[in-house]
Design a protein around this ligand. Structure first.
Ligand SMILES: Cc1ncc(C[n+]2csc(CCOP(=O)(O)OP(=O)(O)O)c2C)c(N)n1
Length: 380
């Protein structure tokens, strides 16, 4: 296992001092190290992976230096357009090092949403044609890899790719992190699981639920199991971060039950263009909940800018007929009573705290089972 600090030192030695990307659980320790060792202006957590390629491009245009972009391989889809139509040597030829967490690597058990992406990862990189390497496991080899990739990156003024296998990095401990006293107002907030359970209990029981990727969907699955409620109302979006709102809108337009989307702040930020479309096209019964913990909690808790902005105000400006921010179950009750009397679509920002149960499981059924169970109740 590589020590994250030694790895970051090797990057520094090759001249990398600007970092941007979207967090991934495989890169958690690397991200913690970069956050700890660089000031904010040198490390920007981007809304999506394509945006990170854009930022690294701007950084190069302003400084002549090369940035480092990190992402989970799920994010390749978001990045591929600006890679091929902006940074590519056939277009503006922008040098950058792109570090990719390799979920779903062949031979390593992973969740269904990662299997296909993991399997085609090497072929994709070969098809793109940029120099690429799989991160080695010892520091001396890694030093040579970074030097080699940097040389190729500079010589051809091209993006280069570094694929990071699972378990590549050892733990990074931020000094003083364990002794930090949490903010009292923060500790009083609900957990995501409590918020989700109260939402499920409060919406009309015919409501179809579309939930976002990560722990939200895992928690919904476990709540339904525990309460013996079946899974026929829930579409648990296991991958496709940021698209739950559009899936929910598609469902809402073509069947009669009310629809609620349970989203995350990171996911909404990733594809915020969904908001005006939902506001414009969703039926009045549509409910859009955003669980705002100010973090990418499902992949290690790295911050989003969710707590520095007002999602409810943005939703209101996008045209949702009714918008509200709540911080407790009592406020949620009052808001839901109010929403029932008003025109929708409605947008409910639920400010919650970070964290999940240690023993949180994963759906025991497959995505295909989930799809059939969900559709069977709609299409007779
Ligand atoms: C395109 C893409 N990029 C990155 C990821 C990795 N990922 C999975 S869940 C998640 C965090 C989601 O954050 P948020 O929506 O705020 O929900 P939370 O985990 O905080 O409940 C990330 C970055 C992904 N699945 N897909």
């Amino acid at each position: 296992m590589l020590d994250p600090s030694s790895f970051v030192n090797l990057l520094k030695a090759s001249g990398f001092s600007f970092f941007t990307g979207v967090p991934d659980s495989l890169l958690k320790e690397f991200c913690a190290c970069v956050t700890d060792q660089f000031p904010e202006r040198q490390h920007i957590i981007a809304a999506n992976e394509g945006a990170a390629i854009g930022l690294a491009t701007g950084y190069h245009l302003a400084t002549g230096e090369s940035g480092l972009v990190y992402m989970q391989n799920s994010g390749i889809g978001n990045a591929i357009n600006p890679l091929l139509s902006l940074a590519d040597p056939d277009v503006y030829s922008i040098p950058m090092l792109v570090m990719i967490g390799w979920r779903g690597a062949p031979g390593i058990k992973d969740e269904p949403q990662h299997v296909k992406q993991g399997k085609v990862q090497m072929d994709l990189m070969s098809a793109i044609g940029y120099p690429h390497e799989i991160l080695a496991s010892n520091t001396d080899e890694v030093r040579l890899q970074i030097e080699r990739l940097s040389r190729q990156m500079k010589a051809a003024s091209t993006p280069v790719l570094l694929l990071v296998p699972k378990g590549a990095f050892g733990k990074y401990s931020v000094a003083g992190a364990d002794t930090a006293v949490p903010d009292v107002a923060e500790t009083e907030l609900m957990t995501r699981e409590q918020a989700v359970e109260s939402i499920l209990a409060m919406v009309n029981e015919k409501t179809k639920i579309v939930s976002t990727t990560g722990m939200t969907s895992r928690e919904i699955f476990e709540i339904r199991e525990r309460l013996n409620q079946g899974h026929h109302r829930d579409f648990l979006t296991v991958g496709s971060m940021g698209h739950a709102g559009m899936i929910a809108l598609g469902i809402a337009g073509y069947q009669d039950s009310p629809v609620a989307c349970i989203d995350g702040d990171g996911a909404v930020l990733m594809h915020m263009g969904a908001l005006p479309l939902i506001a414009q096209y969703a039926p009045s019964s549509f409910l859009h909940f955003v669980l705002n913990n100010g973090a990418h909690d499902s992949v290690g808790g790295q911050p989003t800018i969710g707590r520095q902005i007002s999602f409810a105000s943005i939703a209101s400006a996008c045209g949702y007929k009714s918008t509200v921010t709540v911080r407790s179950i009592t406020e949620l009750h009052t808001a839901m009573d109010d929403i029932r009397k008003k025109q929708g679509p409605a947008f409910i920002e639920f400010v919650i705290k970070k964290g999940a149960r240690e023993d949180l499981g994963r759906p025991t059924t497959t995505p295909i089972d989930n799809k059939h169970t969900f559709m069977d109740k709609i299409i007779k």
